[in-house]
Design a protein around this ligand. Structure first.
Ligand SMILES: [Mn+2]
Length: 369
């Protein structure tokens, strides 16, 4: 359920300038300053806020592809640090000489790093967090990252059903509210969609240690919002306690494990996905990209790096091919954790996690046009 409030008020209350979604006072200030200089031409906080608020008031910005950072890693559970993903991916994105005028940066949602979803909070905690975030303990607004994301994004889609959004996580739990809002909106518009989910893991647990919303369970919880479970296509799976047949027969999802992609080639896999989605009448696609879909030799700055994964070019090939047949109308890049040390297994002199995420971000923004 959405909070009943004008979308512009939600934007004003829920968002902070790009890079500020990680709440710190001095730590990493220089990194935020560099980003603000890149985006706004100034790092003076008052001027940054003014530029940001003005950009939110300009209606024409909302017709461009938009990016939104969700700096939450409270839904993760092995190595943390994906809350820094949006800041680093943006830096890559804005370092490119051109292109920044072709998208609109909505900034980051406000994140209380100790919270996940409002349903886990008692009324006293809700009051004190509402007081901390909004200066009003009786506010009806949400306070936890997943709840804020769902409330804000649903309102954006309600106002603009054709909005095209690229989200930066955060751990993979953030894909639950954003794909839920996306799927509900497309259903209202009568548009048949599919979710292409790149990941080493299936994320199909119903709960983990009694917590239903987390990085390992988001995909399970969006099955009911899909036109059919077979509209969840999982690509790059390889770290699973159960066989592919278990997941496909139990849930009705469709999986392409990393080994199959190595065996038959990315082109053939893309072809197979395209044929199947066309036969189901799919009109638009959303891509959720967990960076651990990529082999840990290239992308090890992530919470659960896994070897035997996709080569970056294989992921690009599949994305390119699918986007030839289906408009991409939403995407996310999650689990990029820049401060995790590059894996010792990596034979590359320089871990490329951030560069790979940046390239994917550019590609998604290009396709979202
Ligand atoms: Mn995942």
């Amino acid at each position: 359920m959405c909070v009943k409030m004008d979308v512009n008020l939600k934007l004003k209350n829920y968002l902070v300038p790009p890079g500020n979604g990680v709440f710190t006072v001095n730590t990493a200030k220089e990194r935020k300053d560099i980003l603000h200089q890149q985006i706004f031409g100034t790092a003076i906080p008052g001027k940054v806020s003014k530029c940001f608020t003005d950009s939110l008031a300009d209606e024409s910005n909302f017709t461009k592809p938009m990016i939104l950072g969700i700096c939450s890693d409270c839904g993760g559970g092995i190595l943390r640090g994906a809350n820094w993903g949006p800041l680093f991916i943006r830096k890559e994105l804005y370092e490119a000489e051109t292109g920044a005028e072709d998208f609109f940066d909505l900034g980051d949602i406000r994140v209380i790093p100790h919270l996940l979803h409002d349903k886990y909070l008692n009324s006293q905690t809700l009051k004190s967090c509402r007081s901390a975030l909004f200066g009003d303990e009786d506010s009806q607004l949400c306070v936890s990252p997943l709840s804020i994301s769902y409330d804000l994004i649903s309102s954006i889609y309600e106002q603009r059903p054709a909005a095209k959004l690229l989200f930066f996580g955060g751990d993979h739990s953030v894909s639950f509210p954003v794909t839920k809002a996306y799927l509900e909106s497309k259903k209202r518009s009568g548009i048949k969609t599919a979710i292409i989910h790149f990941d080493a893991h299936t994320d199909l647990l119903d709960q983990r240690l009694g917590i239903d919303y987390c990085f390992g369970s988001w995909a399970y919880h969006i099955l009911e919002d899909l036109p059919d479970p077979s509209h969840l296509i999982q690509v790059g799976i390889r770290s699973s306690g159960k066989e592919k047949s278990h997941w496909e027969s139990k849930f009705g999802v469709v999986q392409y494990w990393a080994q199959e992609i190595k065996n038959v080639g990315a082109g053939a896999i893309a072809e197979s996905i395209t044929t199947s989605l066309k036969s189901k009448g799919v009109e638009e696609i959303y891509i959720s990209f967990d960076i651990d879909a990529i082999d840990s030799e290239y992308a090890s700055k992530t919470g659960t790096p896994e070897d035997q994964g996709l080569e970056p070019h294989q992921a690009h090939q599949i994305i390119d091919k699918l986007c030839e047949s289906f408009p991409l109308t939403g995407a996310d890049i999650v689990e990029v954790a820049p401060f995790i040390e590059a894996s010792q297994k990596s034979s590359l002199s320089k871990d490329m996690t951030i560069e790979i995420a940046g390239e994917l971000a550019r590609k998604f923004l290009e396709k979202l046009k």
